[in-house]
Design a protein around this ligand. Sequence first.
Ligand code: BG6
Ligand code: MG
Length: 214
Amino acid sequence: MKAFIFDMDGVLVHTDRFHYLAWKEIADARDIYFDERINDRLRGLSREASLEIVLERYHGAPLSAADKAALCAEKNDICRRYLAAMTPADVPEGVRETLEELCARGCRLAVGSSSKNTKLVLERTGLLDVFDAISDGTNITRAKPDPEVFLKAAEFLGVPPADCAVVEDAEAGIDAAKAGGFIAIGIGPAARYEKTDHSIHEFSDLLTWAPDLT
Ligand code: BG6
Ligand code: MG
């Protein structure tokens, strides 16, 4: 293993909460039933694919493509208000220290996130400089479970997928990692997913998997 590719939302930072709150506000305003269990199905999916799941409980007048685009834009505006208010204090304990230790051991580090807000979050939380490469929703055409975002991250790092571990909290992300030929490490909900190669409970548990390449 020479490199680690990290999903961002729900792995590096708890922005999964903000995505939930934004969808909840959209759903409540339209009398659409939405809860955390439904929200778990949105993990890792694109904004547009997430909306389709939220709309499974919608019983109003048919929505045009323009209506759906407007809902996605509104959800993103709400979400970005939360994201823009983030600070380095929002990085969970142990995350920055673990990333720095992986770096010190000579491992290459990348982010592989479906989010088009990746750079905003990494800037606000002071994590941007820790990574050698960022692959996100702005450089892909197919979202997870397609492996494109991770394959791009590996390409940016110059490391073959078989030598990279992907760290994910989403089943869609584990599917993407396996489809791309990566080692899949699950944390949070993905730690219980049967396709996960290795499960970790704390972010710092990664150090037990990381080689010293120095
Ligand atoms: C993923 C999140 O990382 O990014 C999803 O897990 C989200 O919940 C997706 O829908 C797209 O994010 P954004 O910020 O581009 O809407
Ligand atoms: Mg995630």
